[in-house]
Unconditional design. Sequence first.
Length: 358
Amino acid sequence: MKKQFFKIISLLLVISLLSCSAEVRDKLTPTPNAMGKVNEVVVIADKSIWEGPVGDSIQYYLSSAYLILPQPEPIFDLRHMTPEDLLEVPMRKNFRSYLIIGNLNNNTSETTNFIKQDLGAEKVRRAKSDKNFNISIGRNKWASPQILIYQFASSDDDLIANIKKNYQAITQKIHEHDEPFVEANIYQVGRNLELNKKVKEEFNADINIPDDYFLAMHDSLSNTLWLRKETDFLSSNIFIHKLKYTDQKQLTKEGIKEIRNNLGKYVSTEIENTYMYINDVDLPMFLKTMQIDNHYAVESRGIWEIENDYMGGPFISYIIHQSDTNDLLYLDGFIHAPGKEKRNYMQQLEKILTSTKL
């Protein structure tokens, strides 16, 4: 009897030790590195949700056109998967950005069960009693760095309404999550310390210029620098220009058009009488106000073309009012990449210019 007792105790100890070692092993197992491209989002949803009105709404808002490019490109590249797809290929859990959509009242839905498990019972009760609680953020569930955005409601109609209400916040969260990767792509070649110093001396501004840009033109009379990056398929350009603030008209659409079109005289081709100008007839020019380094600024986006030649592309510019010196700092980025997708290149220019410190 005693021998049998000790055998049982020994077996329980072995099981306990094996369990403990499994827990230790799980804790010591390194978290996989998240994979995937910038602006790529995996949408986890039941097939019926994805192929119905809810899925249409997701694609309408999150695959809408990135402002503003000559040929439309989406804000995000969406990939649909079901929970079963994740189980089938475990590596599908290692993407960087997930949007998880589910109707909390659909008790047969694998996605709904997935959401409920991750949210926990208390949050699920809150979501069913409070319609304003319809979105939640998770981090590093399967890999790192990883973001999981849970969008939920108690009916498909409410899901559609919530997506419409929340898509801008969702977009911002994913862009913020992607920001370190955008920056890593920009500065993988390092920083051009010589150009950074020149910009600081000329404009009293800190702008981190990547090392693959070079000085294309310096016009000291007009306080203008033109910086360029050239590859086999891409020409990426930055104008930096300073002028005195005289009146509010300089910060309007017409005022910004005048500044940019004046700078366009520096850009020409081998054909005579060519110069760059804003084409806001075929596609509109968009403006919005913002803050850059705690200074009032106006962002403008549009397309440029070359007069008397067949060249064009997108631009993004920022005019910043320095109230302490009564100056305007005009920063402009534009690219020429015929036949190539341009969204990510414009996103990189946006990052460089908006990081300016005055």
